[in-house]
Design a protein around this ligand. Structure first.
Ligand code: NAI
Ligand code: MG
Length: 334
């Protein structure tokens, strides 16, 4: 079977890490037909549009998409391409596992948790306006439809992976209406899954508990902004942005990307860690039902990191992106 995959190389370190990921995925021996399209700054330069309709179409029609990070200007300028892709294609669930890797020094060992982030609304709805000069307003939209949908995704994930507990992270003590609705939606869906424990935690307390006692948590579900922030925190628990994968999933459409951004500070130097995007590629293989190939890729990453000889600078080594990728290829094809 041939899988039709769309590849968005992205900006900054995007082309470096996405070509590494492509090489590793190709080495599994599966048959991929790659279609490369652009988004972000690269698309703005080539097509005068940071998110061309042909890119959205290519994501929609592919079996799955692998996406490198894209740059979003701060303040003025075009809106985030990630947020736009997620909203336009209704990729409502952002799945961000944080799992300890061998040979990477962190405060805790044996971390294995998942942040599930609502991907289409909250403060990222893009509804901002100036009320009067000096006063602006950003609307935080929470609907029962999107909240129940993400809660159901969290419980289904927990069930499929034999997880013990789902925790709803919120601020319903202060944001009584919006997070009250999010929490109620989670409670309602929890009743459909009596075999999985359910609890909730206020977001600030959750941040503290995550750094003091991360093993307490298992699957965490939350709205968009909280998920953005806490998933960077959980990536710090297992070695940082260079090693944390993610998936954006909708109905029959999925985009796999690293949690990290385009890292302009190290772009073009050939030293970026491609692990996060390679592990996102492994999540993509799992999504396609290719469990063995996914295990093969994840196993190779663990093996090379455990050996400790070849690592990129962000995780304490000196290897370049291509040296690390070559070490992985040796294991995957060997
Ligand atoms: P960033 O994640 O690009 O970088 C933060 C720090 O982590 C930097 O010091 C960077 O060098 C390091 N880092 C990130 N990925 C790395 C890797 N693979 N290997 C080694 N070191 C790595 O975050 P920042 O600087 O806040 O954002 C830069 C740009 O990326 C912005 O335009 C932002 O909007 C965009 N961005 C895009 C995302 C996406 O496309 N999914 C996600 C997050 C940010
Ligand atoms: Mg982020």
């Amino acid at each position: 079977m041939t899988y039709c995959l769309t590849l968005i190389p992205g900006d900054g370190i995007g082309p470096e890490v996405s070509s590494a990921a492509r090489r590793v995925l190709d080495a599994t021996g599966l048959d991929f037909e790659w279609r490369e399209v652009s988004a972000g700054l690269a698309a703005l330069e080539a097509h005068d549009d940071p998110l061309p309709a042909s890119t959205v179409e290519a994501v929609k029609s592919a079996d799955a998409t692998l996406k490198g990070p894209t740059t979003t200007p701060k303040g003025v300028g075009f809106r985030s391409i990630n947020v736009a892709i997620r909203q336009q294609l209704c990729l409502y669930a952002n799945f961000r596992p944080a799992r300890s890797l061998p040979g990477i020094k962190t405060y805790f060992e044996d971390i294995d948790l998942i942040v599930i982030r609502e991907n289409t609304e909250g403060l990222y709805s893009g509804l901002e306006h100036e009320v009067v000069p000096g006063v602006v307003e950003s609307l935080r939209i929470i609907t029962s439809l999107a909240s129940e949908r993400i809660a159901r995704f969290a419980f289904q994930t927990a069930k499929r992976q034999n997880r013990r507990r789902v925790t709803c992270v919120h601020k319903a003590n202060i944001l009584k209406l919006s997070d009250g609705l999010f929490l109620d939606s989670c409670r309602k869906v929890a009743a459909e899954f009596p075999e999985i424990e359910f609890d909730d935690c206020i977001v600030d307390a959750a941040a503290m508990k995550l750094v003091m006692n991360p093993h307490f948590f298992d699957v965490l579900v939350m709205e968009n902004l909280f998920g953005d922030i806490l998933s960077d925190l959980t990536s710090g628990l297992v070695g940082g942005l260079g090693v944390t994968p993610s998936a954006n999933v909708g109905e029959g459409i999925a985009v796999f990307e690293a949690v990290h951004g385009s890292a302009p500070d190290i772009a073009g130097q050939g030293i970026a860690n491609p692990t996060a995007l390679i592990l996102s590629g492994a999540l993509m293989l799992r999504y396609l039902g290719e469990k063995e190939a996914a295990d093969q890729v994840e196993g190779a990453v663990r093996k090379v990191l455990a050996a400790g000889k070849t690592r990129t600078g962000d995780v304490g080594g000196r290897a370049t992106t291509s040296e690390f990728t070559d070490a992985l290829l040796e294991v995957v094809s060997g």
